[in-house]
Structure formats: C-alpha cells, structure tokens
Design a protein around this ligand. Structure first.
Ligand code: ADP
Ligand code: MG
Length: 600
C-alpha cells in the first residue's frame, strides 16, 4: 500500500471517530491532539535542533491564560478592550505575547551550552508556572472559569466532539508547516544545529538565529495548544502548566521518536492512552490503596527507552519495506530551473588573502607564531609541514572559525579577524575540514545544498507555506551539479554517513563549491583517497584554478602536492620556515631537516 493511502485512511478514521466513539474517547482524542501540538514543537526543538526544553508546559499556560484573562475579565484596560470580543482575537494576542516572551527567554538561554540549557528551561518553566498561581487577576490557584466557546462562522464549538475538529485541523496544519519548513533551505540550517554548528556557520548560516526560529515556533505551537485547551475545558488553573507536564511532553517526544513529525503523534497517543489504561486497570489488579500507576508507568518508560532509544516511530519505519520510505529526491522539473547567479571572480593574479604576523596562542603553546602568507586569484598554494606544525590552526584563523591572538587577516581587502566565519563565507571563502563535518543521516544532496545557503534568500515563512519551491529547485540543482562535477553524481540520495571516508571528503569539496567561492580552503583533501580518486581530485583542482579560483590546501601527500600546486609554504612549530616553488622547497635544507627530523 502506498503511504498516501495510509494517510487518507488515517484522515478518514479521525474524521468519523467523534460520530462513532463514546464521549470519553473523544475527550481522550482531544487531549492527544492538544498534546501532539506541543510535542511537535519539541520535535523541532529537541529532536531536530538538539535543544532540550522542560519548559514547554509554561508556554501552553501562557496561551491558555492569555485567552482566559482576556475573555473573562470584567474590565480590560482601554488599549486591550478590542481583544476581549472574541477568542480569535485573544489568539492573536496570545501568539504575539508568547513569541515575545520566547524571544526574551531565548536571548537569555539559547546561548547556554550542555546541561545549562535544560536547567535554564526548568528555571523559566517554574517561574511562569508560579506566576500563573500567584497573580490575583488570574484567579490564583483556583484559576479562571466561565470561558466562552470558540465560534467558527457563527457555529459554536461548545462540545468536545465539535472542538475536536478544530483541534485536529490545527494540528494537521502545524504538522504540514513543520514538514515544509524542515524540507527547505532554512530547514537544512535547522537540521545542521545538532552536531554541525561550526560547519553551518562556515557555510554562512546564522546558527543563533536558526535556534531562535525553532524556539519561537515551538513556543507558539505550545501557546496554540493552550488556547485550544482553555476553550475546550472552558476553565484553566495552573496545574497542567507545571514542570510535571513539561517532563511528560518530553517523554512523549522521546517515546514517539524525537526526530520525526509522526513520532510526535505516536508518542502523545501512546503516553496518553497508557496513562489512562494504567489508571483504570491497576486499581482492579492491585487493590485501591496506592498510587501504583506512576510507578508502573515509570518502569515502562525506562524499558521502552532501553528497547527503542530512538523512539518507536523510527522502529516502525524500519519495519516498512524500503520502497515505501519517502526519500527526498530532486523534483524532475529542477533540471530545467535556471542556474544560480555567480559571483564575479577577482582578476587573475590579484592578491585576495593575506595573513600578516598572525599569532595564535593556546595557553603557553604557540600554535601559530608570526605567520605570513599570501594567496592570489588563480593559484594553488600548499601549506605543508609535519604533524602539529599548526596548519589546521592557521586554517581556522584564516576562515574566521578562530581569532588570532595578534596579527591581521585580510580577505578581499577587508580585515576579517574578529568577524564570524559566516561573514567570511559571505565574502567568498569556502572551506572543508580535516575532520569531516557532515550530517550523516541527511542525504548527500541535502548536505551539499547547505553549501548554497547564502545563494538563496527565502525565509522561514516562505518555507512553511511552500512558497520557496522555485528557489529550492535551483539550490538543489546546484548541489546536484557540483556533486556530478566532483564525481559523486551516483550517490545523490544516499545517506552521507554511508559514504567511504574519502568520498565524504570529496562531498565536502562539492559543498564548498556550492557556495560559489573565489577562495577554496581544503584541509587534507586527499587523505584516505585511492590513487584513482587522487588523480581525479588533482584534475578537478587544476580545472578550478584555470577558471580563476584560488585554492589553499594543507596536504601530507607530497607526490600529490608537488605535481599540482604553484607555490608552497612550509610550517614547523607554528612558524613559516620556507616558501617558494615546489621544486625549490623540496631541495631546501631547512625543509629537509624539518621533515627528516634532523637525520643527516
Ligand atoms: P597541524 O594541522 O599542522 O597538524 P594543528 O594546527 O592541528 O596542527 O595543531 C598545532 C598545535 O596546536 C598542536 O600542538 C595542537 O595540539 C595545538 N592545538 C590545536 N588546537 C588547539 C586548541 N583548540 N587548544 C589547545 N591546543 C590546540
Ligand atoms: Mg591538521
């Protein structure tokens, strides 16, 4: 069966469910829908973005209390009076308020790393929770009652089986938006947050902005759920917005499979049903005198996490036959899409990169000591030297990944030390990494498309509404073109992590080329390549040079270097010990001494 039919069947079942099921089950389904909406935000934030939040329940509360206050207050401040007229207006206020609060909290917490971020979310989660219980205008711990029901075109959704449809339509839209967003230029940037931030910044992605985007979206989804909840219950009090619920939301995400949109639905469904069944069943089995369900529930969660650490959805997908698994492929019309605009390359021989007296200390260790080098348009310069000489450190100074302790780096006439690697990328420098940095579960094509980030401009809203398709075709087409150029054309849809290490290095070159650079920095590109692959790489680099590109490379393989490059700079102990034409450098006694370790 085609997955589309499965989807259609699901929609049909959900469509008739409230007509056939007893009210108790409709209520349960309402809860599942409301929870899934929150968990969907966590899929984005935690599963995709790698940021754990215990505080989502507080955002649910923010959405719920905003509408509760505005629709029931006897006297609203004059400037807000318009909002009390309809729940739809309070929704607008709730979303705006939540987005604002999320931006402030995000600015404070998203820069935290490691376990400080989850701890931060606990802190503001608790603060908001206590705020709801403390403010007298919000009814303290007794809460607010008497909320009106939501009306759609004059039709009041005043019963569980009526608001059911609104909940599930909103959820379906949120799922669609999330999927669209992840399948886009911004989505690739978001997916790179988990484990690829240095790489993404080097490709021009503003990672902090991407984090903020998913933080705000996940908060808005939660607030939307809170708004629906408030008008389903017609009553709110602080209890469902506390830390306990924040933890439950995380459990739902983990159980379902934190990386997938469908995992959110599965997780919320299973956890809700499980809790209900345990509550109904256990008192019969164990007698009425204990709160056993919490204990049994905890044990089940631990077992589940052990058996399926990635969640249940990925397990289900693995059980499906290969051909049903959807894989992102290039749309057929993409081949005809116009090529992306190219950068004007500097004139042949023009000085484009200059390091002046660059020194980088790590504590007492001087990894780069008073280094000078120059790269001109249309030349290949090799930076060589024994292991630990400071070559990779130098690359980091040149590309904005790191900042020199002293000295200057000029690129295209601009001082770039102290700026970000993102800005350096925008000026036309693109790099690969000695230790390959790619997203192993993403396809080869999409990995390479990250390189073209700065050549697109469509943002989050366009992506969510699928208004970015033309540009997306052009970006992916460019990625395909570069992959074919480097000889990886037959692996477009493979997972990047499944390639051999040498091929992963070549993939990084394709990704760097996607940025349309005027200077390419390659850190040991030939390491791990077979002879034939090395030859092909040499031919590719020569061709790029003849097109006017400048290339700076670090390489150990002297045969490869000497036959290819125009000039060589030799480093030892962080210093430049020689430079010149390959044949000169090869004969230089200082260089021989460095390489042979002083053997006479
Ligand atoms: P190469 O690439 O030439 O093999 P590196 O630039 O990687 O050399 O390293 C040069 C020296 O700087 C080494 O001694 C290495 O241990 C040290 N080094 C590199 N990065 C760091 C860092 N982030 N902190 C401390 N020491 C570092
Ligand atoms: Mg190195």
């Amino acid at each position: 069966m085609n997955p589309r039919y499965l989807l259609l069947a699901l929609v049909l079942i959900l469509g008739v469910a409230p007509l056939l099921l007893p009210p108790y089950y409709v209520t349960l389904l309402n809860y599942i829908g409301l929870y899934t909406l929150v968990v969907l935000g966590l899929v984005l934030l935690t599963g995709v973005g790698g940021m754990t939040s215990f505080g989502q329940a507080a955002f649910v509360g923010l959405g719920a209390y905003t509408t509760a206050y505005l629709t029931t207050a006897e006297q609203l401040p004059a400037w807000l009076a318009w909002a009390g007229a309809s729940p739809w207006l309070t929704l607008v206020v709730g979303i705006a308020l939540t987005a604002l609060v999320a931006m402030v909290l995000g600015a404070m917490t998203l820069k935290l790393s490691g376990h400080y971020l989850p701890l931060g979310t606990i802190a503001w989660g608790l603060s908001l929770y206590y705020l709801f219980g403390t403010l007298e205008s919000l009814g303290g711990h007794t809460g607010v009652s008497g909320l009106p029901s939501i009306s759609v075109f004059g039709y009041a959704l005043d019963k569980g089986e009526k608001i059911y449809y609104l909940i599930w339509v909103v959820l379906a839209l949120a799922m669609l938006i999330t999927r669209n967003l992840l399948d886009s230029r911004e989505g690739r940037a978001i997916r790179a947050l988990k484990g690829g931030q240095v790489m993404a910044e080097s490709m021009g992605v503003n990672t902090f902005r991407s984090k903020m985007v998913i933080f705000v979206i996940s908060a808005v989804f939660a607030a939307l759920s809170g708004w629906l909840y408030a008008h389903t219950q017609r009553f709110v009090n602080p209890t469902p917005f506390g830390l306990n619920m924040g933890i439950d939301y995380l459990f739902m995400a983990l159980i379902g499979g934190v990386g997938s949109v469908w995992g959110a639905l599965l997780g919320a469904g299973i956890l809700t049903m499980l809790k209900q069944w345990l509550q109904d069943l256990l008192p019969h089995l164990l007698g009425n005198n204990g709160n056993y369900e919490a204990i049994v529930f905890g044990v089940l969660i631990v077992l589940l996490m052990q058996r399926a650490p990635g969640g249940l959805w990925p397990m289900l997908v693995r059980l499906m036959p290969q051909r049903y698994r959807s894989r992102k492929t290039l749309p057929p019309e993409a081949a005809d899409s116009p090529a992306l605009a190219r950068r004007q390359l500097p004139e042949h021989g023009q000085l484009i990169l200059q390091a002046r007296n660059v020194t980088r200390r790590f504590g007492g260790l001087v990894a780069n000591n008073d280094m000078n080098l120059e790269v001109h348009a249309g030349e290949i310069l090799a930076l060589i030297g024994p292991n630990g000489a400071g070559k990779s450190t130098m690359f980091n100074q040149l590309s904005g990944v790191d900042t020199p302790t002293s000295g200057d780096v000029l690129f295209m006439g601009q001082k770039i030390n102290g700026t970000t690697s993102r800005k350096v990328a925008a000026l036309g420098m693109s790099r690969t990494f000695q230790h390959v940095k790619l997203l192993p579960t993403m396809s080869v094509l999409e990995n390479v498309a990250i390189g073209a980030h700065l050549r697109g401009s469509k943002g989050v809203v366009a992506a969510a509404l699928h208004l970015d398709r033309q540009e997306e075709c052009r970006l992916l087409n460019e990625a395909r073109h570069q992959l074919q150029r480097v000889g990886l054309g037959e692996f477009l849809y493979e997972e990047a992590g499944s390639l051999a290490l040498g091929q992963q290095r070549i993939l990084e070159i394709a990704r760097a080329l996607c940025a349309d650079p005027c200077l390419l920095l390659l850190d040991e590109p030939a390491a791990g390549l077979r002879l034939k692959e090395k030859e092909a790489l040499g031919i590719l680099l020569s061709r790029l040079r003849s097109e006017g590109m400048a290339i700076l490379l670090v390489e150990h393989d002297m045969d490869f270097v000497m036959g290819l490059v125009d000039r060589v700079v030799v480093m030892e102990f962080g210093q430049r010990i020689a430079q010149g034409l390959p044949e000169e450098v090869q004969k230089d006694p200082v260089v021989l001494e460095a390489y042979l370790g002083g053997a006479e």
